[in-house]
Design a protein around this ligand. Structure first.
Ligand SMILES: O=P(O)(O)O[C@@H]1C[C@H](O)[C@@H](CO)O1
Ligand SMILES: Nc1nc2[nH]cnc2c(=O)[nH]1
Length: 276
């Protein structure tokens, strides 16, 4: 089986190009759990439900709306927003999780901003912090590029020296203060979920150098790298990770904390998109 569902991605992209009345922008944003308020500070122009896009998977997680939206961030500057993503723990294969990225490639997306809700493993972090992802660890034992490679899509052996664009990281840092954020920077580790980690697992990932831990993002970033997109990754630290947290975890609390930082996160991301 091919690693990229190229023909289906072309069909989805063709459908979207016809269904959207606006031109598809060159920048896309994926909103993590509880970060959906981004759409409140931009001018939403039009949306299409995932259910109406041929071959698109469906979002099943609270805090993920399940639609693709074009919005205006400034005069003449639009952005494509994925309101809700797909996770490996929902039962989707890595190829299904990253199918939207293959569609983005067909739509001509050049820059991808990915965000997530994550646990903080770095003891200097606190819940409510925002972290620029500058590297990642894939601890899932699976990979979206497994399968027969089509060299026309991307290389068989993909370099991962800088999965997150140094240019976009520098831009994000330069706009942080005026946007009201003081971002940390660090390594995000992707676990499969759906369980939150044990204390021992967090000790292990800390020893690997993880600063934040979550259940998404990495497959999307690998696929975006494969297609040559520039990537910016942002973790919203919704809780300190197991063993560092004083309380037990639950998804409603994750979404609540993400909601509470959503305003400054959104302002920052908007400023970044405008500056691109
Ligand atoms: O989609 P993200 O990574 O933001 O969502 C995180 C990981 C799980 O889906 C969920 C756990 O609370 O939040
Ligand atoms: N794996 C994982 N995902 C999260 N998403 C939000 N918080 C967490 C966490 O502590 N662990």
């Amino acid at each position: 089986m091919n690693n990229v569902r190229h023909e289906e991605a072309k069909l989805s992209a063709a459908h979207l190009q016809k269904a959207f009345s606006h031109a598809i922008p060159e920048t896309a944003v994926i909103l993590g759990s509880g970060l959906g308020d981004f759409t409140k500070i931009v001018k939403v122009l039009e949306s299409i439900s995932y259910g109406d896009i041929p071959h698109f998977p469906q979002s099943s997680v609270a805090g993920h709306k399940g639609k693709l939206t074009i919005a205006e961030v400034a005069d003449g500057k639009n952005v494509l927003i994925m309101e809700g993503r797909f996770h490996y723990y929902e039962g989707y294969t890595p190829q299904e999780v990253t199918f939207p990225i293959a569609v983005f490639k067909e739509l001509g997306i050049k820059q991808l901003i990915v965000s997530n809700a994550a646990g903080g493993c770095n003891p200097s972090f606190t819940a409510g912090d925002i972290m620029i992802i500058d590297d990642h660890i894939n601890l899932t034992g699976n990979h979206p590029l497994i399968g027969k490679n089509d060299d026309a899509c991307g290389p068989r052996f993909l370099d991962q020296t800088a999965p997150y664009s140094p240019r976009l990281i520098a831009l994000a840092e330069s706009l942080a203060t005026e946007s009201g954020v003081a971002p940390k920077k660090g390594t995000y580790v992707k676990m499969t979920g759906p369980t939150y980690e044990t204390r021992a697992e967090i000790k292990m990932v800390q020893s690997y150098g993880a600063d934040s831990v979550g259940m998404s993002t990495v497959y999307e970033v690998i696929m975006a790298n494969y297609f040559g997109m520039e990537v910016l990754g942002i973790s919203c630290i919704t809780n300190m990770a197991t063993g560092l947290a004083k309380t037990h975890h639950n998804h409603a609390a994750v979404v609540d904390v993400a909601n509470s930082v959503s305003e400054k996160f959104s302002k920052w991301v908007k400023n970044i998109v405008v500056a691109l």
